[in-house]
Design a protein around this ligand. Structure first.
Ligand code: HEC
Length: 103
């Protein structure tokens, strides 16, 4: 995955650009199911190192391996790993809101 760090920069820049101080103090990026516990869990698990990516940045087929790689990043940084139930909930949330098609 050579393009990983570059994409991360893209995600971070997008996150910052989405914050429009003239309009609202809150981040204006919209995520699916924003009022749900599934989204709360997603945000909790995926915002510690970078802005949580949009669910459509990967297909349903791709998300599980991305999540597994993020778990490795946690372990490498000596962070507590996600629990199996948390990983499953993140995966289900991302998969049902993923990009359609194969990229
Ligand atoms: C421990 C820190 C950490 C956490 C927590 C984390 N990430 Fe990441 N993430 C990274 C790093 C480092 C990169 C850049 C290297 C890479 O792509 O593996 C990255 C890059 C990404 C990318 C861009 C690269 C790609 O393959 O598209 C996506 C998407 C992503 N993360 C999704 C997630 C999701 C989903 C979660 C929650 C399950 C998550 N991240 C939680 C550290 C983290």
């Amino acid at each position: 995955m050579k393009s990983g760090p570059l994409l991360l920069v893209g995600i971070l820049v997008t996150g910052i650009a989405a914050c429009d101080p003239g309009n609202s103090p809150k981040q204006t990026v919209d995520y699916p199911e924003m009022d749900s516990p599934a989204f709360q869990n997603y945000r909790a698990q995926c915002s510690e190192c970078h802005v949580p990516p949009r669910t459509t940045t990967h297909t349903a087929a791709e998300w599980p391996s991305v999540i597994a790689r993020m778990q490795q990043h946690r372990v490498q940084r000596r962070m507590a790993p996600m629990k199996a139930s948390e990983m499953t909930a993140v995966r289900d949330y991302l998969v049902r809101n993923a990009a359609v098609g194969t990229h």
